[in-house]
Design a protein around this ligand. Structure first.
Ligand SMILES: Cc1cc2nc3c(=O)[nH]c(=O)nc-3n(C[C@H](O)[C@H](O)[C@H](O)COP(=O)(O)OP(=O)(O)OC[C@H]3O[C@@H](n4cnc5c(N)ncnc54)[C@H](O)[C@@H]3O)c2cc1C
Length: 601
């Protein structure tokens, strides 16, 4: 973990959470339009692999034929798809983070396989890459990279999921210091039934430092086949039925002391830092899943006739198609913008300096959580609307909409539930504001002064998205204003006001997604006839509604009497706008995708 070169100074990159107080330009953001030739080639080869190799085995995968899943992971490895995040000296390809995000999106044509693959390449691999000793990496990473070993990550237990640091599993070091003995039971472990190498978290006695004498979460590497280790029965799940989800039973399971991963008592760093990557990649996988469900729904809507017409000719079906396509457009924009920020932050950081790498990624914890929450909910909307387009046929197993609907649901639960991620979003920003790490407090103060002193001058903009830029400026002001108002009322105790924290998170996410959509449309090129422009307009109209609704809820909770009336007046003033003709926008978008027969910009 030696630092070979000095990392670039913070000033050269956009800090996490800064979008609320800065005005990024299209040029400063990474979107799919910025993919290099290499990115496009990887996207295509991954998508071809998923279509030609994975999807034909869908029935076997769903029947839990894990030999097929393993052989497909191995085949994916032959194409280099499992090695993007692994250093070259251990058989990896050491690509930028955008590449592994592109792989995550394009492999996601079969939900169960996608989950198995992500668990292997993400949470099953990264703890070792980031925290492994040279010897551990040399022993395991080449086999992880070439797919001959499959990885898994075991944090959750029956009584500690969200509250993972409260694990009951214990690890005890032998008196001679040669072995750890693990006892306990893990639950819901992806790839549990067939993985070869497990990163297992257990409480272990800390003997040095400030936590000496306390039991703290610690990570260990456990190989399948170790005496005392067994994986339990497969869970029968609502969706992703072809992925393996099992408990792990550790009964006097002895592992060499050299299988300690990282330091005793520092397991929570490993557990949570890895989840940031899991979260942004989940976003890419959700976008990939949404594209599949959209395509199925679109195709069916062109084939199915009712009242003598293809159902895609009906306005209410077109409304769905437009909402789905716009969801995908915004999802892509926010996912790649986020991974672009991370790649930018990692520029110049030595690839062996894993401590600095994690620190840099952790700076974007808010963006990672926003991606996780928004894309998982967008995916649920898309699979639901796709099923509704199929209607009766959507409800039966023979048609693809039914499985997509079931498979999508897990995304709001794992990698931190959406409730936990909403709390992280607001909590992280509040903490950064209070500590001065992010200049949110001065920004909040200046907005409070500005809005309290009456209507100011509105910046006049020009161009096809002028109204949306105005909405975005208002959305930022409103979010900061409402956050300021809530902070004034609750101070440090705001974390106890979960509904307020959740509403603020929704406002923050709406700002980020709205901005991502507008900047991406601008980058592609705006005009009244441009589809990205229409999508950005449609989405901005929806995002400002979310912001207004959440703002109203928070103000009603934090202010009373004259103060409430003043704050509601400010809300009305800031949010005032001429509503966009969303019916026309949806028709325009739907006509385009129906003509193209796919999601195409
Ligand atoms: C198919 C599948 C695969 C999985 N794969 C893995 C894996 O590979 N490795 C692994 O370690 N785990 C895995 N998990 C576990 C998953 O991460 C947990 O289910 C998840 O973290 C939630 O924990 P829980 O189920 O115990 O819910 P709980 O923590 O009991 O939460 C129950 C509800 O309460 C809410 N809640 C909890 N705490 C709070 C709070 N403080 N404030 C507000 N609301 C709260 C939650 O949001 C949720 O709605 C998997 C789960 C499933 C279903």
């Amino acid at each position: 973990m030696a630092t070979m070169t000095a990392p670039p100074p913070t000033a050269t990159r956009t800090p996490g959470g800064a979008f609320l107080i800065t005005n990024p330009t299209p040029a400063s953001c990474f979107f799919p339009e910025d993919f290099t030739e290499e990115h496009r080639a990887i996207a295509k080869s991954t998508a071809d692999f998923a279509t030609n190799e994975i999807v034909p085995h869908s029935d076997a995968i769903e029947a839990k034929d894990f030999a097929i899943t393993r052989s497909l992971i191995k085949k994916a490895a032959e194409l280099g798809l499992t090695a993007a995040d692994i250093p070259e000296e251990y058989g990896g390809l050491e690509m930028d983070k955008a590449t592994s995000a592109i792989i995550a999106e394009n492999i996601s044509k079969q939900g169960s396989f996608s989950v198995a693959f992500s668990a292997h390449t993400g949470i099953g691999t990264l703890p070792l890459v980031w925290y492994g000793t040279e010897a551990q990496k040399a022993k395991y990473l080449p086999s992880i990279a070439d797919g001959s070993m499959v990885g898994a990550y075991a944090l959750s237990e029956s009584s500690s999921g969200s509250d993972a640091v409260n694990a009951s599993t214990r690890a005890v070091l032998s008196e001679d210091g040669s072995t750890y003995t693990l006892n306990g039971e893990k639950m819901w472990i992806t790839n549990g039934g067939f993985a070869d190498l497990y990163t297992i978290f257990a409480k272990c006695l800390v003997t040095e430092g400030k936590d000496a004498g306390k039991e703290r979460l610690t990570a260990f590497l456990v190989e399948r086949g170790t005496p005392g280790f067994t994986s339990g029965k497969e869970e029968h799940k609502l969706g992703i039925r072809g992925s393996s989800t099992t408990p792990l039973i550790l009964s006097d399971c002895k592992i060499p002391a050299s299988n300690l991963l990282g330091e005793v008592g520092k397991g929570h760093h490993i557990a949570f830092n890895i989840l940031n990557v899991g979260r942004y990649k989940l976003g890419n996988a959700a976008v990939g899943g949404a594209k599949g469900a959209f395509l199925n729904g679109l195709k069916y809507s062109k084939e199915r006739k009712a009242f003598g017409k293809a159902i895609c000719e009906f306005g209410l079906i077109q409304e769905k198609l437009a909402n789905m396509a716009t969801g995908i457009f915004v999802g892509e924009a926010m996912c790649y913008r986020t991974v672009g920020l991370i790649d930018q932050a990692l520029e110049g950081v030595d690839k062996n300096n894993t401590t600095e790498i994690q620190k840099r990624i952790e700076e974007y914890a808010v963006e990672c959580s926003m991606v996780k929450v928004w894309t998982s909910e967008m995916l649920d909307m898309v699979v639901d609307e796709s099923l509704q387009i199929f209607a009766g046929y959507g409800y039966v197993e023979e048609y693809p909409a039914e499985r997509a609907y079931r498979d999508a649901r897990i995304n709001r639960i794992f990698e931190g539930t959406n409730e936990i991620n909403r709390l992280i979003i607001t909590g992280w920003l509040m903490k950064s504001a209070m500590s001065g790490k992010l200049a949110l407090m001065p920004a909040i103060k200046s907005i409070m002064d500005e809005v309290m002193s009456g209507p100011g001058e509105k910046e006049e903009r020009e161009g096809a998205l002028a109204a949306e830029y105005n909405l975005l400026a208002a959305a930022k002001k409103l979010t900061l204003f409402v956050a300021g108002s809530a902070t004034q009322k609750y101070m440090q105790k705001i974390a106890d006001e979960q509904e307020v924290m959740g509403a603020l998170a929704d406002m923050i996410i709406a700002v980020y997604t709205m901005e991502s959509a507008i900047l991406r449309a601008e980058k592609i090129g705006t005009s009244d006839s441009s589809i990205p422009t229409a999508m950005a307009r449609l989405y901005a109209a929806r995002a400002i509604e979310t912001i207004e609704k959440s703002a109203r809820m928070v103000i009603a909770a934090v202010a009373e009497g004259d103060m409430a009336r003043t704050q509601f007046a400010i809300l009305r003033r800031l949010a005032r706008h001429d509503p966009a003709d969303t019916i026309a926008l949806r028709r325009q978008i739907a006509a385009h995708v129906i003509r193209a027969g796919k999601y195409a910009l």
